[in-house]
Write a protein that binds this ligand. Structure first.
Ligand SMILES: [Cu+2]
Length: 345
C-alpha cells in the first residue's frame, strides 16, 4: 500500500501542506513543517536557518530538552570498560539501559521514543576485531526489548524472542556476550515485536569493529539514517533525519578541516520506506560497503542503502566552504534528511 492510497494524512499531503496531525501531545499547525509551506512563504524565510528547510514558527530543537546532542553523537565512540582476560584477549564491557522518553524531534513536536542509554541513535559501541564484548542490558522501559547485534555469534546471543534470554521484560536484565567479528561497521537494534515499531521508536545504534591495526588516521563520525512516523500508521514517515533530529546539521553544520581525511560510518535504520541514500555535494568519496574490506568498492558521490545496510565513506575536502549532504530521495531531504559540512582551513 502506498501513501497515495491512504485517505488519511500522508507525508505527501504533508509536503503539500494539507495535514494537521496530532503528535503525542503536540500538534503540527502553527508549528507544522515549513516544508509543507511554499518555499517563499512568509513563515519560512524569517528564522535565519534556511528557507523551505526549516520548521514553521520556531527555530531549532534545543539538545538540552532531549538530553542528547546530534553534534556530540556524531563523534562519540564508546569503547567500554577495558580489561584483559586470562587468555590475553581484550574484554570490553558496557551497560546499556532501555527507557521510554518523549523527545522533541522538531520544535514543539514531541515523539514517544524508546531509547538505548537515553539517546537515539544509542551509544556507538567500538571494539577491535577479536575482542570479547560483554553487554549488560537493563530494561527500564515499560515494554519488553532486546539487543540484537549484527555480528557473528551463537544463536543464544542473537537477541531475538524465544532464543537465549529472549524478550527482556520490563524491570529485568540480561547480559550478551559476543566476539567482535567481523571487522567493519555494523548495527545493533532491538528485535522485539512488532520489530518495525521498536526500530522506528529509536532503538538502534552503530557497532564499529576496527580491523587489527586500525585504519588510517581520520576525523571520524557516525551517521545513522532514520525516519519518524508521527502518525503511527506505518505508511512512510513524516520526517527524516540522520542521527535523529531532522535538519540538525543544517542548523549546526559539521565542522571539518580542509584536506583532512574524513571517515563517515553511515548506516540506514529507516523504517517504513524501503530505500535510503546519501549524496555529497561538490565532492566524491570512497565507499567501503559494510566496512568489511580495506579496499573501497566505489568512488562516487551517491550511494544507496536498504534498511540494515551500512558502509564507510572516506572523503577529503579540497575547498573551504559549506557543502550540503542529503538523501538523494529528494522528498526525504525536504522532510529533514539534509545537512552541511563546513570546511575551514
Ligand atoms: Cu524494543
Amino acid at each position: 500500500m502506498t501513501a497515495d492510497s491512504n485517505p488519511g494524512p500522508t507525508r505527501r499531503g504533508f509536503l503539500a501542506g494539507g495535514a494537521l496531525l496530532g503528535v503525542a501531545g503536540a500538534t503540527f499547525g502553527a508549528r507544522q513543517l515549513a516544508g509543507a509551506a511554499p518555499l517563499h512563504s512568509e513563515e519560512s524565510h524569517s528564522h535565519g536557518v534556511m528557507s523551505g528547510a526549516t520548521f514553521r514558527g520556531s527555530g531549532v530543537v534545543d539538545p538540552a530538552i532531549n538530553g542528547f546532542d546530534p553534534t556530540k553523537i556524531l563523534r562519540d565512540f564508546d569503547y567500554g570498560k577495558v580489561s584483559t582476560l586470562p587468555n590475553g584477549r581484550t574484554l570490553r564491557e558496557w551497560t546499556v539501559t532501555a527507557s521510554d522518553k518523549d523527545i522533541e524531534i522538531a520544535p514543539g513536536v514531541k515523539f514517544p521514543s524508546w531509547l538505548f542509554n537515553g539517546r537515539t541513535p544509542g551509544p556507538t559501541l567500538r571494539a577491535t576485531e577479536g575482542d570479547r564484548l560483554r553487554i549488560r542490558f537493563i530494561n527500564n522501559s515499560k515494554h519488553p526489548h532486546t539487543m540484537h547485534f549484527h555480528s557473528i555469534h551463537p544463536s543464544e546471543m542473537d537477541g531475538v524472542p524465544g532464543q537465549g534470554a529472549g524478550l527482556v521484560a520490563p524491570g529485568s536484565e540480561t547480559t550478551y556476550e559476543i566476539d567482535a567479528e567481523p571487522f567493519g561497521f555494523h548495527l545493533y537494534h532491538c528485535h522485539a515485536n512488532p520489530l518495525a515499531e521498536h526500530i522506528a521508536r529509536g532503538m538502534y545504534a552503530g557497532l564499529i569493529i576496527d580491523p587489527d591495526g586500525g585504519r588510517p588516521d581520520a576525523d571520524e563520525m557516525v551517521m545513522i539514517q532514520n525516519g519518524w512516523n508521527t502518525t503511527f500508521d506505518g505508511e512512510g514517515n513524516q520526517m527524516y533525519a540522520v542521527n535523529a533530529i531532522p535538519f540538525h546539521y543544517m542548523y549546526a553544520p559539521i565542522q571539518v578541516k580542509k584536506n583532512k581525511l574524513v571517515r563517515i560510518y553511515l548506516g540506514n535504520m529507516l523504517e517504513y520506506d524501503p530505500i535510503n541514500s546519501f549524496h555529497l555535494h561538490a565532492n566524491f568519496f570512497k565507499y567501503y560497503p559494510t566496512g568489511t574490506s580495506l579496499v573501497h568498492s566505489e568512488f562516487t558521490d551517491t550511494i544507496i542503502q536498504g534498511q540494515g545496510q551500512r558502509g564507510i565513506l572516506e572523503v577529503t575536502f579540497p575547498f573551504a566552504g559549506k557543502f550540503m549532504f542529503h538523501a538523494h530521495k529528494s522528498e526525504f531531504a525536504d522532510l529533514g534528511w539534509m545537512g552541511f559540512f563546513e570546511v575551514t582551513e
